[in-house]
Write a protein that binds this ligand. Structure first.
Ligand code: ASP
Length: 301
């Protein structure tokens, strides 16, 4: 195992499965999380230079559940706002005794930081549109929890594919497994990277894409990542790409519906979000368990 988790490609299939199994150990039968004092001498900093609710809070809860000290770091009220570079910021945290830095940043800076600071462990908490490895672990865990395994599944990913680091890391992770089919669906202006994918196929029609699906992953439009104003009629968009109950009925009866959050109710209807097919709230809970497993592994290696 490398010193840091920069990408899901850093992990072998066995390491992915081991981390998922390890994460399960941190969950009690009633759904609560174990509280341990495994790392009382370790300090974790959450350096988030983009907004976050689930990822940031779950890393913080996970670190506290493991007995670490946590530095809650708010980029908007830090010296980053005064023009300090991320390098000096993280270097300063290292000098103060931070052992592990969870980093979310709009640019691809994490690899360079990892090389520049051999003593610091980095966990990628979201890298622009590029990658989000712990989200992929959560998604694989949630699928295995519901379906038993990834084998033979028909998986559909629908939404703003081009800007989705959730999709890119999921594809890297799932490439280790023998699923039956992987279908990408989205508005052509948000699917340029997936029109002719190396893995899976592109299907522009959501009604066709969801036929016989076992897993449907929905994604919001990431307005903040568009360089130009998005010239889109949202009603037309919803008509074509919203996952509705009618569309869920085209999938397998036991299909699971996922979403990394935050949900905008444009890409998915409220009734699907609240339906028995939805495992979106399980993903949130698995977030704490996976991040406990990742922190524990990387703090001990
Ligand atoms: N929460 C996910 C992310 O950080 C997905 C999203 O923001 O739409 O990439």
């Amino acid at each position: 195992m490398n010193k840091s988790l920069l990408s899901i490609n850093d992990l072998s299939k066995q390491e992915i499965l081991d981390l998922i199994e390890f994460a399960r150990n941190f969950k009690n039968d009633d759904g609560s999380f174990k509280k341990e004092t495994l790392f009382p001498d370790k300090t974790v900093a959450n350096v988030f230079c983009e907004p976050s609710t689930r990822t940031k809070s779950s890393f913080e809860i996970a670190a506290k559940n493991l007995g670490c000290s946590v530095v809650g770091f708010d980029a908007s009220s830090s010296s980053i706002e005064k023009g300090e570079s991320i390098y000096e910021t993280v270097d300063a945290l290292g000098l103060m005794g931070v052992d592990l830095c969870v980093l979310r940043h709009p640019d691809s800076v994490i690899r360079e930081l990892d090389e520049y600071m051999p003593e610091m462990v980095f966990i990628n908490g979201g890298e622009g549109s590029i990658s989000h490895p712990t989200q992929a672990l959560i998604d694989l865990m949630t699928i295995i929890d519901s379906k038993g395994s990834i084998d033979d599944l028909n998986i559909v990913i629908v939404g703003d594919l081009d800007h989705s680091r959730v999709t890119s890391s999921f594809v890297e992770g799932i490439s280790n497994f023998s699923f039956n089919s992987l279908t990408f669906c989205g508005h052509p202006s948000m699917s340029s990277k997936y029109l002719d994918p190396a893995l899976g196929r592109y299907e522009p029609d959501l009604d066709l894409a969801v036929q016989d699906a076992d897993v449907i992953i929905t994604l919001r439009i990431q307005h903040e990542r568009f360089e130009e104003e998005l010239n889109l009629d949202l009603d037309d968009y919803k008509h074509a790409y919203e996952l509705t109950s009618e569309r869920v009925q085209q999938a397998r009866g036991d299909v699971i519906v996922m979403h990394p959050g935050p949900v905008n109710y444009i890409e998915i209807s409220e009734s699907v979000y609240q339906s028995d097919n939805s495992v979106i709230r399980n993903q949130v809970a698995n977030g704490v368990a996976i991040r406990m497993a990742v922190l524990a592994r990387y703090l001990s290696s």
